[in-house]
Structure formats: C-alpha cells, structure tokens
Design a protein around this ligand. Structure first.
Ligand code: SF4
Length: 299
C-alpha cells in the first residue's frame, strides 16, 4: 500500500517550532508500506522555525498578522502534484494543522478554539478525490492491516458492507444487492454520523477497505434499549478468518467504553461462524428466537 503522510508525523523536524509530531503508528506504517512524506508549509517556501499561522476568514494569517496564504496554497498545490503523480492509496495528515488538519482546525484567533473544517492542503487533496485521514483517527496498525475511523467521504461504503454482513447459509442463493434498500436495513446506514452512538471503524489492507464495524442506537434486530448501541460488522470474504474482525470489534468496544456507553448489543444467526468470535471479545447470549441469538457485552 502506498501512503502519503505529513512529514512531521514521520519525525522530520519541520514543525513551526522546529520540532516534530513523530507518531508511533505512522512509524509502524512505514515498516509495512511505501510511505511518501510531505510538508506543505516548507514546500510553499516558509522557513523552519516559523511564526505559527491559522486560517482567519479563509485567509492563512501568521500570529504576527502577516498574510501567508500564498505560501500555504503554493505548498498545497505542490502536495497535490505529488499525490497526482504518485497516486497514494491513503493520505495520513497531522490533526488540526492549518495545512494538514482533515476534520478540524483552529479558528484564526490563536486562542486554541477549534472549528470544523480542513486545512488548505487536506482540503485541496480531498477536493481532488484523495482519501485523507487525521492521524488521530488511526486506531491501530497491526501486521499490514490499518484500523481507522471511517472518512466522511466514505459513508457510502456502509451499504456495501451491510450487504456483505448478510449471513447466507451454505447452498442458499445470495439475495439481490438492492436488498439493502429495504426499510428494515436502511436503519443501519441512513443519515449515519448524526447520532451520538454512530461510530465506524474500517480495516484497510493492500490499498483497500476490507472490513468495517459500525454501531448506532437503532431499531435493528439487535436493539435492546435506547441507551445501547448495536453492532454491525462485515469483512469481505478473502479477509475473513485472519483476526481482522476481532481487532475491529475490540477497538470498537474500547471506543464505546471511552464514550461512556455501559453495554453494546448485536443479533447473530445461530449458525453464523462469528458467534464464537463475539463470545471471545466479551459478548454473551442474552436472548434468542428460532433463528438468532441476541448478545450483550458489558463495557
Ligand atoms: S505543514 Fe503539515 S507536515 Fe508540515 S509541519 Fe505542519 S502539520 Fe507537519
């Protein structure tokens, strides 16, 4: 997998204060993948060290009042050129930077106040279709498999993974793909991201998203009450049985616990091979009907 990363995350001393943001996870990524490093602010001609800057009303402005927008945008354009030439599978960027931040950045008042929105390089790369992720959204790097939060522009993947999650017993014809449009299945993905329990982690390997686990409080088959998020999980067939599902589940349980949830639930067909994996990560059978177990995990 080819990955482009903010150079400061790889330990290069290119940060405004002459230091770096060296990240253990990024170093692990560098072991198993081809990694390209870029520092858009240096590439735009700014020195290191330099006066910190923030985006104020759309214009990148240094703390001393100088406008440095031209340099920031020149650096962003150079990164885009490299990305177009090298075609990275994924771009991992330093969170909250006025250049590299993906989801958030500082508001331009130099008071530590955050606003939603990307830095100029991250925005340009995303506008050109590159998948960008904040380093803080990298959850785990595990033997060539990267587990991370879903990027905003990937929400459409949930439909594909929901289809893969449908358990098809041996010898049974798979249902048509548009089965996921049925109202009882739309609850798994419609308006995803709006609820407090809407979380999704994906596993990425060989340059592709190969699995996803997601939770929300929804009236699905695993619903127990309005405080308990239900799980959905799915892996594309070639990546099953490699421990990726377990890593996704464990990381999601940890995330839900950090968010203050007390328990999580799921429904699983009794003959699904995944029942044992759910038990291994802490789920217990709480109820059952003819076909399914309802399982609960105390967090
Ligand atoms: S511009 Fe990006 S790569 Fe360079 S120091 Fe800032 S966050 Fe790091």
């Amino acid at each position: 997998m080819k990955i482009m990363v903010s150079a400061c995350l790889a330990g290069e001393n290119c940060k405004y204060n002459g230091g770096n943001n060296c990240s253990e996870k990024v170093l692990r990524l560098m072991d198993a993948n081809k990694v390209l490093t870029v520092c858009p602010e240096q590439m735009g001609g700014l020195p290191t060290p330099r006066i910190p800057a923030e985006i104020r009303e759309g214009v990148v402005t240094a703390k001393d009042g100088r406008i440095v927008d031209t340099q920031f945008r020149a650096g962003a354009a150079k990164c885009l050129e490299i990305a177009k030439r090298e075609q990275p599978d994924l771009i991992v960027l330093q969170s909250r930077s006025p250049s590299c931040g993906v989801k958030q950045r500082y508001d331009g008042t130099f008071t530590g106040t955050l606003v939603n929105g990307a830095g100029v390089t991250a925005q340009l790369l995303m506008d050109n279709g590159f998948r960008c992720v904040d380093v803080e959204d990298l959850v785990e790097v595990h033997y060539g498999v990267l587990i991370r939060k879903l990027c905003t522009e990937e929400a459409g993947l949930l439909k594909d993974f929901l289809y893969e999650a449908i358990f098809i017993p041996e010898g049974v014809e798979p249902p048509p793909r548009d089965i996921v449009e049925r109202p009882e299945l739309r609850v798994y993905y419609e308006y995803f991201g709006r609820g407090a329990a809407d979380h999704c982690l994906v596993a990425e390997a060989d340059g592709h998203v190969v699995g996803a686990v997601w939770t929300r409080i929804m009236k699905d088959y695993g619903h127990v009450d309005d405080e308990t998020p239900s799980f959905a999980i799915s892996l594309i067939p070639e990546y099953r049985g490699k421990g990726i599902g377990t890593r996704l589940m464990l990381n999601m349980l940890k995330l839900l616990k950090e968010q203050g949830f007390k328990q999580a639930s799921l429904a699983v067909q009794k003959e699904n091979y995944a029942v044992q994996m759910y038990k291994n990560v802490g789920f217990e059978i709480a109820d059952e009907n003819d076909e399914e177990f309802i399982m609960l995990c105390t967090l």
